[in-house]
Design a protein around this ligand. Structure first.
Ligand code: TYD
Length: 138
C-alpha cells in the first residue's frame, strides 16, 4: 500500500432546512466490515494523536465536528488530508503510518476499524515501520 491508495470518500448528504443528515454503511461507503468504532475528542490545542501504523486494521475516519489533518506516510511519500466536513470520510488501508494533528477546538474524530482492538496490530516505531515496508513485510 502507498499513500496513493488512501482516498477521500464523499458520503450521502441530505440537505434539509431542519438540519442536514449523512450516513455510512459498511461494505458500501466504508469498504470493509466494521468491527470497531471509536472517537477522539477534547484534544488540547497543539496535540497530535495516532503516530503509528496498523499491520492489518483498515480505517475510515470522519470529522463529525470541527477539523483536523491526517498525515499518511508509506515510508517513501507523505500526504496530508484535511477533514473539515462531516460528509467526507478518509479510507486508510493497512500498512501506512498515520498521524493526526491540527485539531480545531471541539473537533470530534469518528473512526471505524476493520478489526477489534489489538495492540499486536500496532507498529509504533517509525524506523521499524520503514524497515518492514522496505522488506515487503507490510
Ligand atoms: P491509541 O490507539 O494508542 O491512540 P493514539 O495512537 O491516538 O495515541 O489508543 C490510546 C489508548 O486507548 C490505548 O491505551 C489503548 C486504548 N484503546 C482501546 O482500548 N481500544 C481502542 O479501540 C483504541 C483505538 C484505543
Amino acid at each position: 500500500m502507498t499513500v496513493e491508495d488512501v482516498r477521500i470518500i464523499e458520503l450521502p448528504k441530505f440537505a434539509d432546512p431542519r438540519g442536514n443528515l449523512s450516513f455510512v454503511e459498511q461494505l458500501n461507503h466504508i469498504p470493509f466490515e466494521i468491527k470497531r468504532t471509536y472517537w477522539i475528542y477534547d484534544v488540547p490545542g497543539g496535540e497530535n494523536r495516532g503516530g503509528h501504523a496498523f499491520k492489518q486494521n483498515e480505517e475510515f475516519i470522519v470529522a463529525l465536528s470541527g477539523a483536523f489533518d491526517v498525515i499518511v506516510d508509506d515510508g517513501d511519500k507523505k500526504k496530508t488530508f484535511t477533514l473539515n466536513r462531516s460528509y467526507y470520510g478518509l479510507f486508510i488501508p493497512a500498512g501506512l503510518w498515520r498521524t493526526m494533528s491540527n485539531f480545531s477546538t471541539n473537533s470530534l474524530a469518528l473512526e471505524f476499524g476493520s478489526i477489534p482492538y489489538s495492540r499486536e496490530d500496532y507498529i509504533e516505531d517509525y524506523n521499524e515501520f520503514v524497515k518492514k515496508k522496505l522488506d515487503g513485510k507490510i
